[in-house]
Design a protein. Sequence first.
Length: 398
Amino acid sequence: MTLLSGSSYGADYIVDNTTYLQVFTPGGVQGTFTLNGTEYTLEDGDTFTFLEGIYDTVNMVINRTISLVASGTVQLNGVIDAIAPSSITGFSVNGTVNLRGNGCNLSSTNITGTLNITGNSSRVNDSRILNPASAVMVSGDNVTITSSYINGSASHGIVVNGRNARIQGNNITNSNGSGILIHGDGCLAEGNTIYLSGGDGVTSDASGASIIRNSISFNSGDGIRSSGNNSVITNNTVLRNNGTGIYSSGKNATINSNTVKYSGDDGIYVAGNGSTVQGCYVQNNTKNGIKITGSGCTVSSSYTYYNGENGIYSTGDNTSFRYLDSSFNARNGIYSSGKNASFFYITSASYNGENGILSTGPSASMQIILDVTSNSQNGVSSGVIMHIYGSLRLKRTE
C-alpha cells in the first residue's frame, strides 16, 4: 500500500488485493494502519485507489467518510457495507452492496447481485445491476438513481419504499415483477425505459407520484398502474403491454399528453374520481381507447382511433367530454351511461362501427358537435332526454 499524497481534503492511498486488508475489515475501516513500517491515521475525506485485480471473499464495512476508486478492472467478490457517507466509483462487484449511510454515492459500478439503499439522500449513477435475486431496494428518503441499467431481476426491478425518490433515465428490463414499484409518497419516475417485465412497467400505490416521459413497452401486465391519489402521469409512451396501457384508480389523477397504443386491454382506464385525461393519443388498443368509471372526470383534447371496442367508454357520473376526436373505432366513438354527462366541441366522432356518440345516461347536454358523419348506425343516439345546443354538422348516418 502506498501513500500518494496528503492535503487538507484527505490523503490519497493505493491498495491492492492483499494490502487493502490492512485497512478494510469486517469490523470497519481501521483508524490507524501501517504502511512500509510507518503508521498512519485515517482521516475523513481520505481516498483509496484499488489496483486492478480480483479481490475474493470481500467483507468490507465502511464506517468512515472516505472514497473508494477503482483503477482498471477491479472485481470485488463479497459484501460492501457502507454505513457512513462514502463514495464508491468504478468497481465490479459480485455480491451485495448496502448503502446504509446517509449521503452515499455509488457511480460507474457494475453489480452482479443485490443493491440495498437504506440511507437518506444517497445517489446511484451510471451503474449496472445484473441478475439480482431481489429488487434494488430503496428504503431511504430522497434517494436518486440515474442513468443506470437494471436487468434480469428475479423480483421487481426497483422497489421504492422511501419518500421523494428520483428514478431518472434508467433502463430496466427483464424483471420478473414490475419494472418500478413505488410505495413512498412524492416520488418521481422520469425518462426511464422499461420493457419485458413479468408484471407492470410501473406500479405505484403512493400519493403524489409523478410518472413522466417514460418509454414503457412489452410488459406482461399494465404499462402503468397507479392507485395513489394526486398522481401525475404525463408524456409517457406506452406501447404493446399485455394489460391496460395506463390504469389509474386514485383520486384527482392528472393523465396528460400520453401516447398509448396496442394494449392488450383498454388503452387508458380511469377509476378514480375527479381525474383528468387531456392531450392523449390512444390508438389500436384491444378494448376501449379510454375507459372512465370514476365520477367527476374530464376527458379533453384527446384522439382515440382504431380501438377494438369504443373510442371512449364512460359509466361515471358528471363526466365532461371536451375537444375530442374519436373515430374509426369498432363500436362507438363515445359511449356514456353516467348521469349529467357534458359534451362540448366534439371535433369528430365519425367512421365508427356503431354510433358516433351514444349517450344513455339522464340529463346529458351537448354543445357544438362538429362531425358525427359516416358511422354505421347513428351520428348521435340517446334513449333519454338530452339537451343539444348550437351543434354543427350533426347528421344521422343514412
